[in-house]
Ligand binder design. Structure first.
Ligand code: IVH
Length: 682
């Protein structure tokens, strides 16, 4: 490689890596697999090693992660949060140990004790405790400055509010926030059912959940934390990393139970092999093992080089890959008409999971990788539950394999499929006449966050739609007409039919925000639906104002666009919905069958909670404590921590203890969680 070529390559790599960092850290939406990303960094490091004088000021080797996103206050870590160098095989690990010995001037056969910790792919956070109390929690950000996510971290059960027993006056405790595989799958299923964004992998789900501007949303997300490192500290800490982990456990943190102290390199090699075998059976994704020198005094002597410590290394597992044939590319139609290409594969085992489908993201991605039907493709699951196509093998391409041509019409309804300028997604324009969209919309309509009709899931909706019973949401409330016929169908019995009909009847009265959300208008998620409901208060007012807002430049249109949090793009989507006569007809048809409660009517229900002092105790089953608090406050109540004479109501969760006793002594009224939900109107 000439100097000129090297300079050009470094410039291109710096730009590419910066783009990937931004997509990964700021948008939680990686563009390439971890292995591809690692390969770019390795190539960058190799060229820099050969041409050190060409290292750029913006070199990726001088940066960690991405700059903090707007929206959260920036926090400077007291001690930078760095990254780890990688090892990929025994030779790399041996070299890592040799480097430590050279640096410390110890004999080649001197023993080194390491703590091994499975490397979870989550996001690292920094918790600052002052005098034992949690003062601030932040994401890593660019390593120097992160985002202040204290309120969100406080909603996590595994983040102690205070450190019991003796502790340093100031200490930064670091760890990894992550989501278990089971929690990730359940969250994605719920998101999909509610028509919300689904996450590509547990890491993105954890990052997206932690970085919510509304902590009440974080509170509903199943986040876990393993603590594993120390930042700044004023006061004494143990002399070894293994003892520090014990201390963290004593303070109430969860430390990965597989973490273990090893006596030397041979044990590390064995641990690596064992963990690789155990990997598929773990409840969370790991991509390697981190080895840290146990002796903290030696760690201090070794210090850092570039962006990584000399005393620790991440020994990565090889990515789980397999080769198979791409049999077809099929198009999936989503609720809002988005067409997504999906790879249909000859079934293949990738790291213990039988894979038959892979995401192809969008047509640009297919073109970039030049994926064609008939191709032999290299698949990979690297932290990603949904496998990715890493590359095609062009030398194994069959003759006549043609490049993918994006559809010009929707495969479900044959309406035109168009790709708007500046968008990567192609959409079906069929709207209400598209059966695929209709089914997806109905699924959304009946889902948990919307009408929440028990027993009316994806399968039944498909069945009823296929029978011609469901054209739009209003037909759900006319299903009773088909009761007799339904009873003759396989899988339906008197009990299940009557339960379904009951569930439908119980939803004839609906709060305005749920009603708006259930319509499945693009960009109107539950948060925006609440904003709209609160702003317009009644269904009649909302409908009238939305109709008026279809006129561009009208007062109503600008009023809609200026509702805090709504904005122009959402205003445009609402206008597009209301301008379509078939939508309006479907809406009126539906509204005529329902009682839509005014947004304020819930809070005002009978005014019982407004101005009242509430205390929660015990474990609530249907919502987290922060969510309960936020909801109570939204109804005008005050929430305090302890029961006193001034407490008006104590809400008893499971295993309520001393507060219940105190309430009885002071004759404070108590209710169960179910009664509280009833009172609060949800
Ligand atoms: S220690 C200076 N320990 O890996 C030490 N990191 O590649 C820095 N990670 O940013 C971190 N498990 O997000 C450490 N047991 C563990 C870890 C771990 C996962 C992540 C963490 C860090 C990244 C570095």
């Amino acid at each position: 490689m000439t100097e000129m070529e090297a300079a050009e390559a470094l410039a291109a790599l710096a730009a590419a890596i910066a783009r990937h960092d931004q997509a990964y850290h700021e948008q939680d939406a990686p563009l390439v697999s971890d292995a591809e990303y690692d390969a770019l960094r390795q190539r960058n490091a190799a060229i820099e090693a050969e041409f050190p004088h060409l290292i750029r000021p913006d070199s990726p080797s001088r940066r960690v992660g991405a700059t903090p996103a707007a929206g959260f206050a920036k926090v400077r870590h007291r001690v930078p949060m760095l990254s780890l160098d990688n090892a990929f095989d025994t030779a790399d690990f041996t070299e890592f140990c040799a480097r430590i010995r050279r640096f410390l001037h110890v004999p080649e056969d001197a023993g080194l004790s390491f703590v091994a910790e499975p490397k979870i792919d989550g996001l690292s956070i920094n918790l600052l405790y002052e005098n034992g109390a949690l003062a601030r929690g932040a994401t890593r950000g660019d390593g120097t400055e992160g985002e202040d996510v204290t309120a969100n971290l406080r909603t996590m059960r595994t983040v102690p509010d205070c450190l019991p027993g003796p502790c340093p006056a100031l200490i930064e405790i670091r760890g990894e926030v992550f989501m278990t595989k089971a929690d990730f799958l359940a969250l994605n299923a719920a998101q999909a059912a509610a028509g919300q964004k689904v996450f590509a992998n547990p890491r993105n789900a954890a990052a997206g959940s932690l970085r919510q501007l509304d902590p009440a949303i974080t509170a509903t997300r199943p986040l876990s934390l393993f603590a594993y490192a120390l930042g700044d500290v004023q006061g004494s800490v143990p002399g070894t990393h293994s003892a520090y982990l014990e201390q963290l456990r004593a303070w109430g943190f969860e430390v990965n139970p597989l973490s273990c102290l090893l006596a030397g390199e041979a044990e590390a090699e064995a641990f690596q092999a064992e963990t690789a075998l155990a990997r598929a059976g773990l409840g969370y994704d790991i991509d390697g093992v981190v080895y840290k020198l146990d002796d903290l005094a030696l760690q201090r002597r070794l210090g850092f080089v570039g962006r990584a410590p000399r005393w620790a290394i991440a020994w990565k597992f090889p990515a789980e890959q397999a080769v198979t044939i791409l049999e077809d590319i099929r198009i999936q139609v989503g609720r809002t008409g988005a067409l997504t290409p999906v790879a249909w594969l000859a079934p293949v085992n990738v790291g213990g999971v039988l894979v038959t489908r892979a995401t192809l993201h969008n047509e640009d991605e297919i073109a970039r990788k030049d994926v064609r039907v008939g191709d032999t493709v290299l698949l990979q699951r690297a932290g990603d539950v949904i496998p990715q196509i890493v590359q095609v093998m062009p030398d194994r391409r069959p003759d006549g394999a043609a490049p993918f041509v994006p559809p010009e019409t929707c495969p479900a309804c044959c309406s035109l499929a168009v790709r708007a300028a500046g968008e990567v997604v192609r959409r079906c324009t069929g709207g209400l006449i598209c059966p695929a969209q209709t089914v997806e919309r109905l699924i959304h309509f009946a889902s948990r966050g919307a009408f929440d009709i028990e027993g009316l899931g994806e399968k039944s909706i498909q069945e009823f739609h296929g029978l011609g019973w469901l054209h739009g949401p209003a037909d759900i409330f006319r299903l009773e007409r088909h009761r007799a016929e339904l009873l003759t169908r396989e899988g339906w019995k008197e009990k299940s039919v009557s339960n379904l009909m009951k569930a439908i009847e119980s939803r004839r009265t609906v709060p305005l925000d749920r009603f708006i959300y259930a319509l499945g208008i693009r960009r109107v998620g539950d948060t925006n639906a609440k904003l709209l409901a609160r702003h317009y208060a009644s269904y009649a007012a909302w409908r009238a104002q939305m109709l008026a807002a279809t006129t561009v430049g009208s007062d109503e249109r600008s009023a809609l666009g200026s509702i805090l949090g709504v904005g122009k793009a959402l205003a445009d989507e609402l206008a597009a919905f209301f301008v379509e006569p078939r939508n309006l007809a479907a809406l009126d048809d539906l509204a005529a069958l329902l009682t839509i409660e005014d947004a304020k009517s819930v809070a005002a229900a009978d005014g019982t909670l407004s101005g009242k002092n509430l205390v929660f105790t015990g474990t609530l089953e249907t919502m987290s404590r922060p969510e309960a608090k936020a909801r109570a406050e939204a109804l005008g109540a005050r929430v305090t921590d302890s029961v006193s004479k001034r407490t008006d109501l104590l809400i008893l969760g499971a295993d309520a203890g001393s507060k219940a006793k105190k309430a009885a002594e002071l004759s404070v009224a108590t209710v169960t969680e179910a009664e509280w939900r009833e009172m609060a109107g949800f």
